[in-house]
Design a protein around this ligand. Structure first.
Ligand SMILES: Nc1ncnc2c1ncn2[C@@H]1O[C@H](COP(=O)(O)OP(=O)(O)OP(=O)(O)O)[C@@H](O)[C@H]1O
Length: 465
């Protein structure tokens, strides 16, 4: 190994440079490998022109590397395995998706097994350190990641979405966690509120993160279970991860969006979220306290909807399958929680300094605190505030549909719908005059009636990669 070869043509300076052997298409191939502060350059040593044999792997796409001894104890060589998930053009259709690339180099500098092992370890730690130096700063990232090696608890709802959460976990996520040095315990939920009860009682010191592989409904249970604990203030700072196993997957799509990654759906979103979970960067998560007419209080991470949006949600196929079970979520009893200083009891008028929207007919109201309402439904920027959208009566069904389609591109405000109003707020109250209707919180139906909300900026923690 020759450290620091000279810098040429403005290309980044190599920290390490070495020659190793690796298997490629059943043959042993010799590679020249250089580590810079941004890339791992892997070049096949052949007589062919250099450019054709050189692969540059961006360290931002690396989820793990490890050094290990060969299986045969008589073997002197050690191994260095590095796994990347770079974006690549999709096989079918337009756009980019992450795919797995692994190099497993044999390090055989000497006859001495210890020397080879030390060299493989030296490379592995240098790669890991370079990856950490590339972590994004600012943009709400807290500057810490889930530690390595780490232990996470995975809560998986086997019935969420199309019932494929478990097979998606075993086919895509399990291997990624191993590659990233993350040990996990998998709990398959057996019924509604199982996850909520489990996190309410769990010894959280055992876990570096709680990861939900399901739709948004299971995360709603986990957030509320944590907030019901006596030690809620510390408990809600446990990093939460979300892997899309449901049908809506709004938070998973929001995280993908915040990271600036190309839009992804289905298995591509699973791989993208798995990658982000393995990188393990932690950001703040806004949570909103929701007060219902009966005095119940719950915590929401995504949205509150009344009117058309709520009706669409509840009437859709997925809700019919789960049926009445969803309504019991509104019965959460609050124990200790943060005060909501902006809110007065629902029976009293709102404080005089609030802006009152005069009584008239409305078609829908939507309050959002994340960017996405579903995998393909970009609704609001995420900036620690409530984004209130409401649509006044008089809008045609065709115009409403156009508005929804424009949301997919985040273009709803520019859709030229004169009945659409957008306001940013820290709290709001809705007093519906219609005696019947539907209100959903994070996609779950809650009791219908007056409701008020205050957002608590950055109360929770979310693994955003
Ligand atoms: N084993 C289980 N059996 C029945 N219901 C469950 C089970 N585990 C969790 N639940 C409940 O099922 C409901 C739906 O779960 P979830 O939201 O995670 O999936 P989904 O509805 O398919 O996805 P999305 O919310 O993205 O549309 C939630 O209310 C959750 O509490």
């Amino acid at each position: 190994t020759e450290p620091d070869p000279p810098q040429r043509n403005g290309s980044p300076r190599a920290q390490l440079h070495g020659e190793f052997t690796a298997a490629a298409a059943g043959k042993q191939v010799r590679y020249a490998v250089s580590l810079t502060d941004r890339e791992l350059a892997v070049q096949k040593i052949t007589s062919a022109p250099a450019g054709r044999n050189k692969v540059l792997l961006n360290l931002k796409d690396c989820i793990g590397c490890r050094a290990f001894k060969g299986a045969d104890s008589a073997e002197a060589g050690a191994y260095l395995s590095v796994v990347f998930y770079p974006f690549k053009k999709k096989w079918m259709g337009a756009g980019l998706a992450r795919h797995r690339v692994e190099y497993c180099f044999e390090v055989a500098l000497s006859q001495d097994a210890r020397t080879n092992r030390d060299e493989a370890e030296r490379w592995a730690s240098a790669i890991r350190e370079s990856c950490v130096r590339l972590w994004p700063q600012g943009q709400g990232v807290l500057g810490f990641s889930v530690p390595r090696p780490s232990r996470i608890l995975v809560l998986l709802n086997p019935h969420s979405g199309k019932g494929q959460a478990l097979s998606l976990f075993t086919s895509h996520i399990q291997g990624m966690l191993t590659e990233a040095g993350i040990a996990h315990q998998l709990v398959i939920t057996e019924r509604q509120n199982h996850a909520r009860e489990l996190v309410r009682e769990a010894d959280l010191s055992q876990w570096d993160a709680l990861v939900i592989m399901s739709g948004d409904g299971l995360l709603f249970e986990v957030v509320n279970g944590l907030m019901e604990r006596g030690d809620w203030e510390a408990a809600i700072r446990t990093p939460l991860g979300i892997l899309p196993g449901g049908s809506g997957n709004a938070l998973a799509a929001s995280i993908n969006h915040y990271c600036g990654f190309p839009p992804a759906m289905g298995e591509e979103l699973v791989v993208s979220c798995g990658f982000q979970l393995c990188r393990g960067l932690v950001s703040r998560l806004d949570l909103a306290a929701v007060h219902l007419g009966s005095g119940q209080r719950l915590f929401s991470f995504l949205s509150l909807a009344w009117g058309f949006v709520a009706d669409v949600d509840i009437e859709s196929e997925k809700y019919r399958r789960v049926g009445a079970a969803r309504f019991t979520l509104g019965t959460l009893v609050r124990l200790a929680c943060p005060p909501d200083p902006l809110l007065v009891p629902l029976a009293q008028p709102v404080p005089g300094c609030w802006t009152a929207v005069p009584e008239e007919d409305f078609v829908l109201l939507l309050a959002m605190y994340q960017s996405h309402l579903a995998e393909d439904l970009l609704a609001a920027p995420a900036d620690g505030l409530l984004h209130l959208f409401y649509v006044r009566a008089g809008v045609s069904r065709a115009a409403l549909l156009r508005l929804f389609l424009a949301m997919e591109r985040g273009a709803h405000l520019a859709a030229g719908c004169p009945q659409l109003v957008h306001v940013r707020a820290r709290a709001f109250r809705l007093e519906p005059l219609s005696p019947k209707g539907m209100i959903t919180v994070d996609g779950e139906a809650v009791e219908y009636g007056p409701v008020q909300v205050q957002v608590h900026s950055g109360l929770g923690r979310l693994v955003t990669g």
